[in-house]
Design a protein around this ligand. Sequence first.
Ligand SMILES: [Zn+2]
Length: 261
Amino acid sequence: MMWKISTAALHVTAVAATVAHPPFWPWALGAVAANHLTVTAAGLWPRSSMLGPNWTRLPDTTGADPSVAVSIDDGPDPAVTPRVLDILDRYDAKATFFCIGTRILNQRELAREIVARGHTIENHSYSHPNYFSLLGPGAMAAQVNGGQDVIAEVTGYTPRFFRAPAGLRNPFLDPILCRAGLQLASWTRRGFDTVASDPDLVLQRLSNRLGPRDILVLHDGNAARDSAGWPVIYEVLPRLLERLAERGLTPVTLRSALSAN
Ligand SMILES: [Zn+2]
């Protein structure tokens, strides 16, 4: 056990060093074929499947109860996540938290609390760099594997899903995910609630054509504040969960859909 923890700690240190000096993919230097550029541009689009399998909806499990996955990104955040957990409890809803490795390292207890309350934590990279899609294979692998190691070390659960920061990726990502046993997951719709401060607008974006198998995205980390200064998710999440209940849609985790598949 000690060996495992110190190995994980070493790995995390190595990742931190890599992240501090990210070797950018030398876009300008390589003789990049036009075809390659096209594939890259198409794959950068978050909901594209061109670079490999990518969940934009839950799998079709005929006969199962109609369900929706609510995913909550960029935490854990000590100021926001606890209340989000209380809201989920109030509606007996389960969610998928795409957490950032460095934030988990600062909020170990909160990460364990998320799992203890029946939700799942999945991998949203080690440090959520905005330039994720520009990383070379080594730095990208460090982001994926670093996030994976932190979550396993802190919660005891190995993530099964990866969501790229901002949803953007490049051709290196698919083999890295494959080696780590991770399924790429994006979304059906997102509320853009890191920038939109109007809860009505965020809710409308998420529930426009709401239906079975949708994957929706909200944020507990980096959450925009509404006119009263509260994170937008505080108002949007209860109203969204009520809307799901009205339509007979059960909120489930991505992982439960994986095992049902
Ligand atoms: Zn994010």
